[in-house]
Write a protein that binds this ligand. Structure first.
Ligand SMILES: [Zn+2]
Length: 72
């Protein structure tokens, strides 16, 4: 079954881009939209729209290989 409701990933052309929303961390309502390819981790293409800026292929916050910067 194909998810025809979602756009096809333009990178691998086999996965679907799944929309992620309501990504608020501390209960705050954040205008944050992200699309991630369902063909992960083979593809892993992701695009995020945040504060009017577009971020492509940012590291996915999975905890692996990406450490958030903490100011002490
Ligand atoms: Zn893809």
């Amino acid at each position: 079954m194909a998810n025809e409701n979602f756009p096809i990933c333009r990178k691998c052309e086999s996965g679907n881009l799944l929309p992620l929303s309501d990504f608020g961390g501390q209960g705050a309502s954040i205008q944050y939209k992200a699309w991630v390819c369902s063909n992960a981790p083979d593809c892993g293409f992701n695009i995020k729209i945040r504060n009017g800026d577009v971020y492509i292929n940012e590291p996915i916050a999975s905890g692996a290989g990406y450490s958030p910067r903490v100011r002490s």
